[in-house]
Design a protein around this ligand. Structure first.
Ligand code: NAP
Ligand code: ZN
Length: 355
């Protein structure tokens, strides 16, 4: 066992605060990683505050982890001490069901192990995430980072926001000639815009924040629509092949379903604490439209996404913060005031570690 320093929520209503805990001893297939940066995902906030059902406390959030390998188990072949690596939303899965065999660990029939607020496969111990100084992970769930080291902090959000948008864009074969909408310009949304643009699609960004228009165009959108403006929305009726909805709050889905053309798909990746109002059936049947969902991405696809982003020079637009600023970052995220991902500089954790 090794002593880890981190930040944890002790209850749904309490702010995150310094917390010490133990990581498991390095197993034969494990990689020990010194965490250098960790992104702040809206899922961290949903979980820290028990918005998706009861969370196990203490809860150490964080699943956009990048760092350096400090030790490897005897059976590890993929990584060496000193490698730059990433860890995303999963740290394990059953590794024997059909979906795991296909590289779709996120749809593991026996339940994958979330990086935090998850259950270890054998011990069933609660997992603790990346708002901490180090982590021990099975090598199969460790990703190789090939971006230049100076971009490492901006690579962290690819481990969740990147793969969660890349996977559905690939699944629905987005590419040149496709008109693609992205709803919400937050952490996921801004990665969705960059990646869909890099795949060659004509990207339209839907936002509730008119002040984000210029940024959306700079990030790769060809058009920006203020979704509260019915006139602006109407212009796009029946015209989209695919729309990716990243919004973290309940909202009217009919407004977006009506923008899809025949056989078009609205894919939900945002997971609000309470349900969206149920969509009207007429919007769906009228043009054989589809309403879908997508969960993160498998390990092989996450590596593919990291390599795709390195090749296309894609990183996240980040605002670096100190560990002690995380509670303030959560409040700003709730106000949609994030440009476009907070990333915690883990060297600042030492300044706040309990004596
Ligand atoms: P975020 O950075 O807070 O971005 C969400 C964006 O949604 C905001 O920036 C805002 O964009 C828009 N928005 C917020 N409130 C809204 C409202 N009331 N009505 C309309 N638009 C609103 O959050 P994130 O980290 O990108 O995460 C987004 C959601 O995806 C969260 O629910 C998260 O838990 C979920 N998630 C899902 C997966 C998955 O596998 N499916 C993975 C990771 C995260 P504008 O200002 O542009 O309107
Ligand atoms: Zn996330």
């Amino acid at each position: 066992m090794t002593l880890a320093h981190g930040y944890a929520a002790q209850a749904a209503t309490l702010p995150l605060a310094p917390f010490d805990f133990e990581r498991r001893a390095l197993g034969a297939s494990d990689v020990a990683i010194d965490i250098l940066h960790c992104g702040v995902c809206h899922s961290d906030l949903h979980t820290a505050r028990s918005e998706w059902g009861p969370t196990v406390y203490p809860c150490v959030p964080g699943h956009e982890i990048v760092g350096r390998v400090t030790a490897v188990g005897d059976g590890v072949s993929k990584f060496r001490v000193g490698d730059l690596v990433g860890v995303g939303c999963m740290v394990d899965s059953c590794q024997h069901c059909g979906h795991c065999a296909e590289g779709l660990e996120q749809y593991c029939d026996n339940g994958f192990t979330d990086t935090y607020n998850g259950r270890e496969q054998v011990s069933r111990a609660n997992t603790l995430g990346g708002y901490s100084d180090h982590i021990v992970v099975h090598e199969k769930f460790v990703l190789r980072v090939s971006h230049a080291e100076e971009h490492l902090a901006a690579v962290a959000p690819l481990l969740c926001a990147g793969i969660t948008t890349y996977s559905p864009l690939r699944q629905w074969k987005v590419g040149p000639g496709h008109k693609v909408g992205v709803v919400g310009l937050g952490g996921l949304g801004h990665m969705g815009v960059k990646i869909a643009a890099a795949m060659g699609a004509h990207v339209v960004l839907f936002t509730t924040s008119p002040g984000k228009k210029d940024d959306a165009l700079r990030l790769g959108a060809k058009e920006v629509v203020v979704s509260k403006n019915e006139e602006e929305m109407r212009v796009h009726a029946n015209s989209f092949d695919f729309i990716l909805d990243t919004v973290a709050a309940p909202h009217d889905l009919d407004a977006f379903l009506g923008l899809l053309k025949l056989d078009g798909t609205l894919c939900l990746v945002g997971v609000p604490a309470s349900p969206h109002p149920s969509p009207g059936v007429f919007r769906l049947i009228a043009k054989r439209r589809r309403l879908a969902g997508s969960l993160i991405g498998g390990i092989a696809e996450t590596q593919e996404m990291l390599d795709f982003c390195a090749e296309h020079g894609i990183v996240s637009d980040i605002e670096p913060i100190a560990m002690a600023q995380v509670n303030e970052a959560y409040e700003r995220m709730l106000r949609s005031d994030v440009k476009y991902r907070f990333v915690i500089d883990m060297s600042t954790l030492r300044e706040t570690a309990p004596a």
